[in-house]
Design a protein around this ligand. Sequence first.
Ligand code: ZN
Length: 168
Amino acid sequence: MATPREETIEGQTTLVVPAGTGLPRKLDELLSAMTPFGFSYREDIVPTGTSVRCTVERDHRLALIREGRWLAYHGLSVNAGMDRAPSGSLVPVVRRIPPGVLELRLEMCRDCGAVCVRDVSSEQYFGARPARLVNRETGETRVAPAVARRNIVLGWYSGARPGRREYV
Ligand SMILES: [Zn+2]
């Protein structure tokens, strides 16, 4: 298994988990794996190819290109920010996403073509109380689980070499 490494993405220190424990190595492979589920959103854009503002300002102008599902066979480890250890030093917090079908949003940079992959799956929100739904007419009570939508960046596909976008 490859070792996670730290990189600076969008000006933030990000723990990057190399292919094998994360997303497919190439964007084409991810899209192929999503195709059997069907896409709830599908819109192709052609990046302008200019990436000065991306590399210099680290600012990508993202446009939604796909919404759909993907089966994560092995689960994923993603960076969930930094936390302070008892020693006082900052340590990266890794969030484990269990194996299963994930709802993904793919956004492409209009300039350099880099693709940001977000997990927007619904999940039981820890600490949230289930909602009680009471029908005022009948008095019938239903309990709805508290559900929240994740919004976690799983990774980026580099736009530097179009057609050969790799998980970074
Ligand atoms: Zn960009």
